[in-house]
Design a protein around this ligand. Structure first.
Ligand code: DC
Length: 220
């Protein structure tokens, strides 16, 4: 059974996805990590991330593997390296490219095949798993998202102003929502949850409640 959670950056998808998966005894799939891994591979080759041919060349022979909480690039654990700010922006740039999306949709479907999984990203309910049993799209006020993200960074020892985080998020969100291929939009059958005034625990409880009443006979 597949459950999808899509939505913009900083809305809390990762935390909610992991917690929901744990409650249900499911695995989880962080598909953003796959776009980040491709961006990192392209950056390492010195490819300009707006050059589709150069980025496509970086895909040749590339192996992206998703393990619980980790992503491997040709066997190398790049879980930390893919979180760098340049990779965040780069991921959203390579994500507009058809060859990249085709490649990664294959990686993501293969990783989820035959498993019980909560899959998070931007296009999980619309493109990658259109027959998912249960779909969610999380939204929240942009400033609240930026404040949460800045607090998260601070907890990890990195200081970033809310204004800087907000500007970075808005740029990525615009690119993710306005691209032609698999733009970030809620699936027609997704439950849209506004998390602006909810605690993380309330969001998790809302989703868990909805999942428990999802039809289970839709397979993907
Ligand atoms: O969720 P994230 O911030 O790790 O994602 C990084 C970028 O990857 C995001 O800006 C857009 C892209 N992405 C995508 O296009 N489709 C997905 N399913 C997941 C991420």
């Amino acid at each position: 059974m597949i459950i999808t959670i899509d939505g913009p950056s900083g809305v809390g998808k990762s935390t909610v996805t992991k917690a929901l998966a744990a409650r249900l005894g499911f695995e989880y799939l962080d598909t953003g990590a796959t776009y980040r891994a491709v961006a990192l591979a392209a950056l390492r080759r010195g490819a300009a991330l707006d050059d589709a041919a150069a980025v496509e060349a970086a895909l040749a022979g590339l192996r992206v593997e998703l393990l619980p909480g980790r992503v491997l690039l040709n066997g190398e654990d790049v879980s930390a390296g893919i979180r760098a700010p340049a990779v965040s922006q780069g991921a959203s740039k390579v994500a507009v490219m058809a060859a990249v999306r085709r490649f990664l949709v294959g990686v993501q479907r293969a990783a989820a095949s035959g498993r019980n999984m909560v899959c998070e990203g931007r296009d999980q309910g619309t493109v990658v798993f259109p027959d998912a049993a249960c779909k969610f799209f999380l939204v929240a006020d942009a400033r609240v998202r930026a404040e949460r993200r800045a607090a998260e960074l601070l907890a990890k020892g990195t200081t970033a102003s809310v204004e800087d985080v907000l500007a970075d998020q808005l740029e990525r969100d615009r690119r993710d929502a306005e691209r032609d291929l698999a733009p970030m939009v809620p699936a027609a059958d997704a439950v849209v949850v506004d998390t602006t005034h909810l605690t993380t625990d309330q969001v998790i409880a809302t989703l868990e409640h909805a999942v428990r009443s999802c039809p289970t006979d839709r397979t993907s």
